[in-house]
Each structure stands twice: as C-alpha cells, then as structure tokens.
Design a protein around this ligand. Structure first.
Ligand SMILES: Nc1nc2c(c(=O)[nH]1)N(C=O)[C@@H](CNc1ccc(C(=O)N[C@@H](CCC(=O)O)C(=O)O)cc1)CN2
Ligand SMILES: Nc1nc2c(ncn2[C@@H]2O[C@H](COP(=O)(O)OP(=O)(O)OP(=O)(O)O)[C@@H](O)[C@H]2O)c(=O)[nH]1
Ligand SMILES: [Mg+2]
Length: 421
C-alpha cells in the first residue's frame, strides 16, 4: 500500500510512502535501484515507459526495523501537484500495490506490534496537537509512557492471577479461605488505579476546558462573551430572551485552552424556541467545567467550580457587588482581567501537568473496569471468584493496550510461577 504522507501539495517537498512486501520492488521499478537501508539517495523516478517523473530522494527501510514493521520505501519528491499525482499513478500501475486507507500506516504499526493502542492514540493526538501543552502530552503517550505503566500493572496482575489460580488448585474443597496477601495486593493495585482515575484527563486539554456563562435573561451574558472574545459574536439586545442557541468561543488564556459558551437566559417561558434554548442552557451548566454565574447569588446552581459575577457594574444602581461576587462591566471592561485570571486558575486545575500522561475517555473506562474487578477480588473470600475478577482485570488491561491474544499472557504466567512446587 502507498500514500502521500506529507501535507497537501503544492509544497516544497512531498513524501510518498510505500509499505508492505511489495515496497522494495516498487521502489526499484520507479527508481531503478534502491539505496542502502536508511541512507537517502537521489534518484530519477521513471514510469514504465521510461518517462521521467521527478528527481527525488529515496529512502529504504527493511522490515522489521521500520515504523510499520514492514519493508518501506519513501520518495521525497518535489511537492508539485502534478509531480505527486504522476508518482502516485505510477505506483497504482504496479501489480499488487494499492492506495492506503486513512490511518493504515499506523494501523499496520499496531498490527505488527510496533506500537500498542495507547501509543497509536498518542500519535493521533500528536498529529492534531496545536499547542505546546498538547504536543508534550501527546508525545508522552506516543512514546509509550502509558504503555510502560500498563505493562507494570499487567505484571502485577499476572502474579495475582497465578496466586489465585494456585490457591484454587491447592485449597482443600472444604478449606476455602482468604489469602491476605492476595487481597491486600488487589486492594493496593485498585487504589493506585483509582489515583490515576482521579487525575486530570486529556479531553479538557484537547477540546478546551468548558467554561459556561449562565444566568437570567438580560443579565449581560452575551455582552460578556463579546467583551472577552473582543468581537461581536453573540447578538445583544435589551429584549430578555435574545440568546437561544449556545454560542461557543474557543480561546487560549495564558496557554490554557478554553471553550467559552454563552447560553440562553434561564427563566420560565411559554415560547417554544426559547424553551428549547433554556433546556440546552441547563444541560450546558450541568456539563460545565467552570461556571460563570451572572445572576443572584441565591439562585446560583451548585457547582464545584463557579465564579459569581456581578455584571453591568458600571451602572449607578449596580455599583456595589454583593459579598463574594466579582463586579464586571462589559462596557468599561472593569473587572474583566480579574475574571479571566480567576477563570484560568480554575481551568488550570482540570488540566494535566505539562508533559504528564493523561488518560482519555476510552483508557479511563478500561482502567475503571480493572479497578472494579480488583476491588471485587479484594473483597471476596472465595478464591474462584477472586481468580475470576483478577482475570477480568487482566482482560481490561489487554483491552487498554489493544492486545487480543492471550498466549504471551499464559506463557509469562506459568514462567513466573512454579505450580509444581
Ligand atoms: N521521512 C519520515 N519521517 C518521519 C516518519 C516517517 O515515516 N518518514 N515518521 C512516521 O511516523 C515519524 C518517525 N517515526 C518513525 C518511527 C520508527 C521508525 C523506525 O524505523 N523504527 C525502527 C528502528 C528504530 C531505530 O533505528 O532506532 C524500529 O522501531 O525497529 C522510523 C520512523 C516522523 N518522521
Ligand atoms: N451598562 C451596561 N449595560 C450592559 C452591560 N452588559 C450588558 N448590558 C446591556 O444589557 C442588556 C442585555 O444584554 P445581553 O448581553 O444581551 O444580555 P443576555 O444575558 O445575553 O440576555 P439574554 O440573551 O436575553 O439572556 C443589553 O441592553 C446590553 O447592552 C454592561 O456591562 N453595562
Ligand atoms: Mg444573550
């Protein structure tokens, strides 16, 4: 299979990669001969009829020492659209070669055991990374930070598995009791997994921390989002119930990604459209990471990270903010810096430390699965049930890394534990 691996032409240089058993043959067909492995060399690429396609740098990798684990040839061509099309067409002519599916190079790397699922996820995030923060976090995942941690968990779970199985084998039928070390280690591992689950996740880093502006109609919510965005994003009128659809403004506060959302004013309404907007506003408030509340303090929804805002503070009748409320004016800009500072402080607490491994939703689900199973294993005094749950934890870790086969698991299980003793 082959594909253009670099960005969309025209570009200075375009890289076309070929991976699989036919890669070297294809390289020779186009380039005449291949350079030594991992040594770039200049070649004239030609089509079947001998017509010149381009002068390109050619690179060759021999399996398994390549990014996919297969033979690879790379053509570093001039990045013109017609050049790239011509080389891709010449490759398509070659028997047994076909264009790659999206993500297929990474998929092959996974299938050939070069990377596990968490590394593949890290690579996907790395390619999408737009900020330094995102890049460092994705790179930590892509270079195996989580994979190594899971391998350590797997080792411990294998020993537990062996202990539990051995206990079943050797327990007298009527002598099934607890193994305090087994229960203790299950408990300890479950606790450690719980600690990981309690850490900040990757989603706020990727999608932005969800900061929701909410409050009654006409409070000045849309004016506030416009003032923060520095442009007229939301419609502002003195008619209560102006905003219906949510309005989202992505911003970066000192490097912290924020998704700021304006919502419909909360009130009882007979207007069908407004009511739909209000329902959306309510669920946005519920899902908010940080809530900016522009209403009365006593009406404020309970939220663990909320800032009470006293808007329109430039008006004489609103000159004094109630205790605990931050006076803000979208007209004069007063209080905005303080509001943003407090917002980014709350938002920062939801983000992983720079370069730290942060679980994504899928990974966290499997970690939670393993945690639950180990807790159950720790709580029981039935070896059979304990063994079953330890096995479930093992499966959860295998799902986490995307590993399906159990052969190596069994090998290391029996290699570690001498059942004949
Ligand atoms: N030209 C080019 N640049 C690229 C890539 C590529 O495929 N081509 N990559 C595409 O993702 C990234 C580099 N990733 C790579 C990952 C592994 C191997 C590799 O050959 N691994 C072997 C040998 C390792 C070694 O020599 O240390 C191995 O793991 O066995 C190569 C590139 C970014 N830059
Ligand atoms: N003086 C003053 N007026 C403001 C300020 N913020 C908003 N207003 C006015 O208050 C009225 C309502 O403002 P909006 O921003 O539309 O209020 P809202 O909370 O979005 O209202 P709904 O979308 O209806 O829920 C408008 O007439 C604004 O011009 C402010 O800081 N100072
Ligand atoms: Mg509004």
């Amino acid at each position: 299979m082959f594909a253009l691996s670099s960005g969309r032409p025209p570009a200075a240089v375009s890289i076309i990669r070929v991976s699989g058993p036919g890669a070297h043959g294809a390289g020779r067909r186009l380039a005449g001969s291949l350079p030594d492995v991992r040594i770039a060399a200049l070649r004239t690429l030609r089509d079947e009829a001998g017509g010149r396609l381009d002068d390109a740098l050619v690179l060759r990798f021999d399996r398994p020492a390549s990014s996919t684990g297969e033979d690879i040839v790379e053509f570093h061509c001039h990045g013109g659209r017609a050049v790239v099309d011509a080389v891709l067409s010449a490759l398509a002519e070659i028997e047994g070669l076909r264009p790659a599916h999206p993500g297929e190079f990474t998929r092959r790397a996974f299938e050939n055991g070069r990377i596990d699922l968490t590394e593949a996820e890290g690579l996907a995030d790395l390619i999408e990374a737009e900020t330094e923060f995102q890049r460092k976090s994705a790179l930590a995942m892509a270079e195996g930070g989580l994979k190594r941690q899971i391998e350590q968990w797997q080792k411990r779970v294998l020993i537990l598995s062996a202990q539990a199985e051995a206990a079943i084998d050797y327990a007298e039928d009527d002598d099934v009791g607890t193994d305090p070390t087994l229960a203790k280690e299950c408990f300890e591992l479950a606790r450690e997994l719980g600690e990981w689950l309690g850490r900040p996740r990757i989603e706020p880093l990727k999608d932005g921390v969800r900061v929701v502006i909410a409050g009654p109609p006409n409070a000045g919510k849309s004016s506030l989002i416009n003032a923060i965005a520095g442009q007229e994003r939301a419609i502002v009128t003195d008619i209560p119930g102006t905003t219906r659809d949510q309005i989202e403004v992505p911003l970066s506060l000192g490097g912290i990604p924020i998704l700021l959302t304006d919502t419909a004013g909360l009130r009882e309404s007979d207007d069908t459209i407004e009511r739909i907007g209000i329902n959306r506003a309510r669920s946005l408030v519920e899902g908010a990471d940080v809530l900016l509340w522009l209403g009365e303090t006593k009406e404020a929804p309970g939220h663990s990270r909320r800032i009470l805002v006293h808007p329109r503070a430039d008006l004489a009748e609103r000159a004094t903010a109630p205790e605990g409320s931050l006076a803000v004016s979208s007209v004069t800009g007063a209080g905005l810096d303080e509001l943003l500072a407090r917002t980014s402080e709350l938002a920062a607490s939801l983000l992983p430390d720079e370069g730290a491994i942060a679980l994504n939703r899928r990974q966290a689900a499997h970690v939670a699965e393993a945690q639950g199973a180990l807790e159950a294993a720790a709580a029981t005094n039935e070896f059979v049930f304990a063994a079953e749950n330890v096995r479930a934890a093992r499966v959860a870790f295998d799902r986490l890394t995307g590993r399906a086969g159990m052969e190596d698991v069994l090998d290391s299980l029996f290699g570690r534990f001498c059942l004949g003793k």
